[in-house]
Design a protein around this ligand. Structure first.
Ligand SMILES: NC(=O)c1ccc[n+]([C@@H]2O[C@H](COP(=O)([O-])OP(=O)(O)OC[C@H]3O[C@@H](n4cnc5c(N)ncnc54)[C@H](O)[C@@H]3O)[C@@H](O)[C@H]2O)c1
Ligand SMILES: O=C(O)C(=O)C[C@@H](O)[C@H](O)[C@H](O)COP(=O)(O)O
Ligand SMILES: [Zn+2]
Length: 362
């Protein structure tokens, strides 16, 4: 997708008592990376195969313009990267190249790679610096910002990880030119989430152009601003940050049941429709807002239904969601657009009723 944006925008993230950083958004920013590694001895650029050429260019730039010993670490595409085996491979490489505490990891790729690179940085020597360079819409608007890092295990999505804030986030909109449309749509799911939980203008922009093309820089900037504000106030998810999990309880369960073959954005699209229906049943979310979920996500081209024969497995998966406490399942719900509420231990019958509205016979 061709993206035009004239200015460079810096969005501050001030995570509690932690180190402040900026999310930098603009076109042609990769050159800024060298400045962030000057003075270090080594940098490791973790990237997927799809971005090999970009990673090679970054490595060459860091060697020539920052004078560091730069290494590319290629990992599998997509969710395959978020595996213990792949984290182990990255640790092995860091060990082999003698990576020390003042060296720097760079996560170059979509949300899967920024989650993995962040986790590798959080765990290597108990924590080294990471700069995130997201190259998907989803990575820019959500995954690379806020320091949630992690990997998947058989028991579920993101169950092993750490909070580890990056030193900075560089969103080069030029990267999106090679991003397939299906990945843009997946990223728009998190943008829609941000619209429903916080910024109504996002929903209006997407209503006007559900491809996102006409307003992509503005949609990305608005979403990052919301995420930056939320994680600044609650970096370790002690409370308000949970709102960013809207649609994720069922969404993550679908990802697990589908053995991580669904795109994250597609799964949380269904998850948001479910959360809206549950909100309609439990806290009286108005019909127009609830219906707007299905309408808008469908117009974007995201799924809003899921097979009806997996409810038991989905329930099991939802019980190990990170928001659960003891035997109580907890969901992020909506009382109205922009007004989130925790739905604490909803009645089992209401959960099934909400699921019925997204269930599709096989
Ligand atoms: N940590 C967080 O706060 C957070 C937030 C949201 C999502 N996530 C995680 O993010 C992941 C999803 O991220 P995603 O949607 O970016 O998927 P992804 O990382 O799998 O990227 C999608 C695909 O696009 C390719 N790609 C990436 N950039 C490209 C480019 N510029 N041009 C062409 N191809 C490119 C990738 O190789 C991959 O095949 C999930 O694992 C999800 O759990 C994390
Ligand atoms: O940043 C957050 O906080 C989020 O919840 C953002 C989500 O979009 C993202 O998918 C996140 O990885 C989910 O986290 P988890 O704690 O539910 O694994
Ligand atoms: Zn998400």
């Amino acid at each position: 997708m061709q993206v035009k944006a004239s200015d460079i925008v810096r969005i501050p993230v001030r995570p509690g008592g932690g180190r402040p950083y900026d999310v930098v958004l603009g076109v042609g920013l990769l050159g800024e990376l060298a400045e962030t590694v000057v003075g270090r001895t080594r940098a490791a650029v973790i990237h997927p195969g799809a971005l090999r050429a970009t990673a090679d260019a970054v490595v060459a730039d860091l060697r020539e313009n920052a004078g560091v010993e730069a290494h590319a670490i290629e990992v599998p595409d997509g969710e395959e990267a978020k595996q213990l085996r792949i984290a182990g491979f990255c640790w092995d490489v860091l060990g082999r190249i003698g990576f020390t505490r003042d060296d720097m990891v760079i996560g170059l790729g979509g949300g899967t790679v920024t989650d993995l690179a962040g986790f590798v940085a959080a765990s290597w020597l108990r924590g080294v610096d990471v700069v995130q360079v997201p190259t998907t819409v989803l990575g820019m608007v959500d995954a690379a910002v806020g320091g949630k890092t992690g990997i998947d295990i058989d028991a579920g999505k993101n169950l092993v990880g750490a909070f580890h804030q990056p030193l900075g986030v560089l969103c080069d909109l030029a990267a999106l030119e090679s991003l397939p449309a299906v990945e843009v749509r997946a990223g728009l799911a998190e943008v829609v989430k941000t619209g429903f939980i916080a910024d109504a203008a996002i929903l209006d922009l997407l209503d006007a152009d559900p491809t996102g093309a006409a307003h992509l820089p503005e949609l990305i900037e608005r979403s990052i601003r919301v995420k930056a504000e939320v994680v600044s106030g609650d970096p370790r998810e002690d409370g308000r940050r949970e709102i960013l999990n809207y649609g994720h309880t069922l969404g993550h369960a679908i990802e697990k049941v589908e053995h991580f073959s669904w795109r994250h954005g597609a799964a949380i699209s269904v998850g948001m429709v479910f959360a809206a229906e549950l909100s309609r049943l439990v806290v009286g979310l108005d019909d127009a807002t609830a219906d707007r979920h299905r309408e808008l996500l469908t117009r974007i081209g995201l799924p809003v239904t899921y097979r009806d024969d997996r409810w038991a497995a989905l329930l099991d998966a939802m019980r190990v969601d990170k928001k659960a406490r003891g035997r109580r399942m907890r969901f992020v719900g909506l009382e109205a657009q922009g007004r989130t509420v925790i739905l604490d231990n909803p009645d089992a019958g209401l959960l099934i009723a909400a699921f019925t509205t997204v269930a599709e016979g096989r």
